[in-house]
Design a protein around this ligand. Structure first.
Ligand SMILES: NC(=O)c1ccc[n+]([C@@H]2O[C@H](COP(=O)([O-])OP(=O)(O)OC[C@H]3O[C@@H](n4cnc5c(N)ncnc54)[C@H](OP(=O)(O)O)[C@@H]3O)[C@@H](O)[C@H]2O)c1
Length: 345
């Protein structure tokens, strides 16, 4: 079996590629001239340079493939970010499903995000059928997070419509993914920061965490899933940020945070971000009020459907944190534990 993967040069995508390679599948991976190839180096994968806005190139790349993993994506709150997110989440999804239907590629897995899914409490976490919240209220009308939400949701609609036309579509919603190979970093940024400095505060919210390699294997399983058209939350461990950060602190040899981040601090930083963005949007990158507020909210989810249908594993979160931390150490991005202790003395 041969699979075409977008986003394979990135964090989650490399775990999807690795799951296919481990299972003996042939992988054809989209790369761009600008892509860092570290995550693919040494893997037996075919690299093809394809522009996702060129349908003819996509059709050619899909020839002889049995499935597509569309993992490419981005969360980009910087100026022009909404258009860049639209290009990958919406336009590229449309080009890929149309090309798949044209060329006769039977299976398609779309990597979306839990940003389009509802949430619940620790006792009653949300599943795939929980109604999503009103995006105007939660994400605002004209914010980077709203553009991420809207473009992910439009991509899902396009893919699920293609399912009604006979394409074997499955949509995944990874939640907070932890593991190695996060070069930017994206969701492992907190681990990297905590390994470098002591962080005294925990955000008041919580999320559903999941191991990156487990996500990669669930993505592979999703490609074979019958009946198609199903949607899967990829999340296992519902944890408050306090709990998560305490576990990170133990793994990286750091003192755990000691107090919650005051609500006024979140609000003030958000207001400062909004004011700065009126002067120059580049100054406000990373200070998006809605993003900051999401860290103050408890948003728990239930990955039972993916556990039952896709065999999503339940790797302990400490194992995932340790793997992410060791990878940052091996890459020279943080000193080794012993070295750091000596350094502090
Ligand atoms: N990390 C998480 O916790 C998480 C949670 C939920 C959903 N997700 C979703 O998972 C997917 C991957 O995210 P990630 O965390 O792995 O991010 P990442 O490390 O930044 O990887 C993003 C990948 O997308 C590719 N890409 C971006 N724009 C592209 C374009 N215009 N054309 C072709 N390829 C493009 C990148 O290619 P280059 O290497 O060439 O830049 C890279 O391979 C995204 O769809 C994201 O929404 C991630």
């Amino acid at each position: 079996m041969r699979v075409f993967v977008t986003g394979g040069t990135g964090f989650l995508g490399t775990h999807v590629v690795r799951a296919h390679v481990e299972a003996g599948d042939e992988v054809r991976c989209l790369v761009r001239a600008s892509s860092p190839t570290l995550a693919l180096d040494g893997l037996p994968v075919e690299r093809v340079e394809v522009a996702l806005d060129r349908p003819a190139e996509i059709r050619k790349a899909l020839e002889g493939c049995d499935g597509i993993q569309h993992v490419a994506g981005l969360f980009d709150c910087s100026p022009g970010g909404a258009e860049r997110m639209r290009a990958v989440h919406v336009d590229a999804t449309r080009h890929l499903v149309e090309a798949a239907l044209d060329v006769g590629v039977p299976r398609f897995v779309l990597c979306s995000s839990t940003v389009t899914v509802g949430w619940g409490t620790m006792e009653r976490p949300a599943d795939e059928d929980t109604p999503p919240p009103d995006p105007d209220r939660v994400y605002g009308r004209n914010t980077g997070l709203r553009a991420y939400h809207d473009t992910k949701q439009e991509g899902e609609t396009i893919a699920l419509e293609a399912a009604r036309r006979g394409l074997g579509v499955v949509v995944t919603y990874p939640d907070y993914v932890i593991g190695p190979w996060d070069q930017k970093p994206t969701s492992n940024a907190m681990i990297l920061q905590m390994a470098r400095h002591w962080i005294p505060f925990w955000p008041r919210g919580g999320k559903c965490f999941v191991d990156a390699a487990d996500c990669g294997r669930a993505h592979r399983a999703a490609l074979f899933h019958d009946p198609p058209g199903r949607r899967y939350i990829l999340g296992i461990h519902n944890l408050t940020y306090r709990d998560f950060m305490t576990r990170v602190a133990h793994v990286v040899g750091q003192v755990p945070p000691v107090m919650p981040l005051p609500r006024t601090a979140t609000r003030l930083v958000g207001l400062a971000g909004a004011a700065l963005s009126r002067v120059d949007p580049h100054l406000a990158i990373g200070l998006d009020r809605q993003v900051l507020e999401t860290t103050a909210a408890l948003r728990f989810r239930d990955g039972s459907r993916a556990r039952a249908d896709l065999g999503l594993s339940q790797t302990p979160i400490e194992t995932s944190i340790e793997a992410a931390y060791r990878w940052f150490v091996d890459q020279g991005r943080v000193p080794r534990r012993g070295a750091r202790l000596l350094h502090f003395r």
